[in-house]
Design a protein around this ligand. Sequence first.
Ligand code: ADQ
Length: 739
Amino acid sequence: MSASNHRLIVISNRLPVRLRAAPRGWRAEKSSGGLATAMNPILRRGGGEWIGWPGESAKIGDPARQQIIDQWKSADGLVSVEIPPETADHFYEGYSNQTLWPLFHHFPSQLTFDPKGWAAYVAANKLFRDAAVSQYREGDLLWVHDYQLMLLPKLLRESLPDAAVGFFLHIPFPSSEVFRVLPEREELLEGVLGADLVAFQTYTHLQHFRSSLRRVLGFESRLNEVEIGGRTVKLDALPIGIAPQAFTAFLGKTETQRHIESLRQRYQGRKLLLAVDRMDYTKGIPERLRAYRRLLERAPDLRAKVVLLQVAVPSREGISSYATLRRQVNELVGEINGQFATPDWTPVVYIRRGISRAELVALYAVADVAWVTPLRDGMNLVAKEYVACTKDRDGVLILSEFAGAAEEMGEALIVNPYDENRAGAAIQTALALPEAERHRRMAALEEGVVRNNVFAWSEQFLAMLESAAANRGDAPSDRPAALDVARLLAAYQSASRHLLFLDYDGSLVGFHNRPEDASPPPELLAVLKSLAACPNNSVMLLSGRKRTDLDRWFGDVRGLWMGAEHGALLRRADSPDWEPLRPGYSRDWVDRVRPVLQHFVDRTRGSFIEEKEYSLVWHYRMSESKFGDWLAQELVAMLEDMLAETELRAIRGRKIVEVRPGWLHKGSVARRMVELCGPADFQLALGDDRTDEDLFAALDASAWTVHVGAGRSRARFAVPGPAEVLPILERLSDLSRAS
Ligand code: ADQ
């Protein structure tokens, strides 16, 4: 159990209980899902609460209904969110289940845009917000679940800025190509980013999310975090598990044993293939049935020796695509049985209803093979439940490569559910596996299921949430304050040693269409000479430019330190030579990356490649601005994938995309400079773009970090543009001369 003393508030679309209209009054049904099993002990211990929709919106305010809801609240800490029927329909069946669900499972063909869907989704998320805000007490942990509530983290952040908010997505996050189909893609991403921690079932989903942040919002993220509005949002992959005991405990019960006995008798001498699903098009039920039919056609010796038992619990029956699926499954079952059945053998046994835990556990215990082949699934708990319940570790799991579970259950037979031939062949392989092999695989799977159980999962999530919330403020405020020049001058004057880092393009001079045109004006050269000549000063010009540019323009400024190519090359104040930050570095990669950039040059009139010793740069300042920005976003996303295994990074600057080694940034060279020059009680860093952010980050918190231009930065201060910089440097130089 987590050591935390914080109270937990779980917020999910559904409560772990459900209200149902009965002929006379109301009925409450309990859900024994994995989430409820995991959360209940934590909620009970900390006096926590669970906020959700009771699953029914009829007759809100009816006294008998209200009585149940009040009792849930006082006895079990279950807080009902009342959603008016009209909103509930468009929110739940509409936007959640007919837009987000199909799209997130890579089924754009099933997508419908309900015109009232989005407004209802927003309205419903606000109702959840109101409920959470009314229950919240300082120090509580708010844990938001799943795709129905993607706007809630941001809504909570606005109402409760200091609250610890976590978000877990149970379903897959789709590839950015699919995600960006959504008209409301920006709002959804920004909604989720209101949380302190956003977690997914697998790294693949996490990577997809990061790629959408990049392509849709233009946000750069690291593997495990992203910064927004001065906050750090932690990102992680935390695969959900089951509560194994909640299943194994049933193995010993008389009722389960009775079921096991009767199943054994009924299927004696035959191999039982088991499939258990919610009736949903993502679960691959028709595909499985077709694979089974193909198998029976191709392997006549298996006929009468196998039985496929398909349990499908009805789900979302009000949605037409689900009704179509149901018909399709009915037909396939009828066809297969019609084609192959004999008086004493039915090839497919089809159960279309929910079954009791005892029946389910009995089926898991006796099945020779579990056939778990969703077309797409966030995780899939059936796979884990089967593993927990196989008796004497005998049994084989066939698992779809498109289930999140496949990423951690490598000892299963992994199949592509769309490949009917191979999926059927996997059954033959499973049935032919030697006993020792079956045991070996099942023991390894079981070990994982027991270790990575749902309690470990929730504890890990909550521990990470606490730490993420505690460190939320570590991200520097991204809105620097206007620079108070008088204070800067006073600090300079009262210090005895000064260290100055000056970026060039965009900071000391404005931009030119061609980089070679940006030569320094005489008054700038004069002030640099004067500052560099002062013995109490160490002044470094730190630029992304090539050394030849810097030599040509500043080679005769005595006493000036220079860093070329973001500091890959260093020229000391007392030397005309350049020394590399990493001697012996090989630039073999350039020939591989150049053609990619060339491809973008060919598509974008006015853009060109600049080749440096340590990097390649795509410049698009002269091309159409919106198109260029959009292509740059695409290019960086593409390069991020291509370069994932290398030390190279693709970085966006002002109207450029630069590819260079990850270790090469202004922060490294600034640290080296501090080592070489010794301590200074006044540090100033001036810069205008992304590359300067590394410099700002590397300096002490007391350094005068100044962002040149508008917009976000981790610098403490800002000035409007390069025009303001020269007069400041001139006044510093006057002070130097005066002292
Ligand atoms: P689901 O899509 O509901 O969950 P899944 O993980 O398979 O999918 O869970 C289904 C649950 O329902 C299992 O516990 C299973 O035992 C039970 N069940 C299914 N059919 C049943 C039947 N006929 N009778 C009784 N019980 C039945 C979503 C995501 C998943 C993710 C979970 C948890 O879609 O990918 O694994 O959340 O995060």
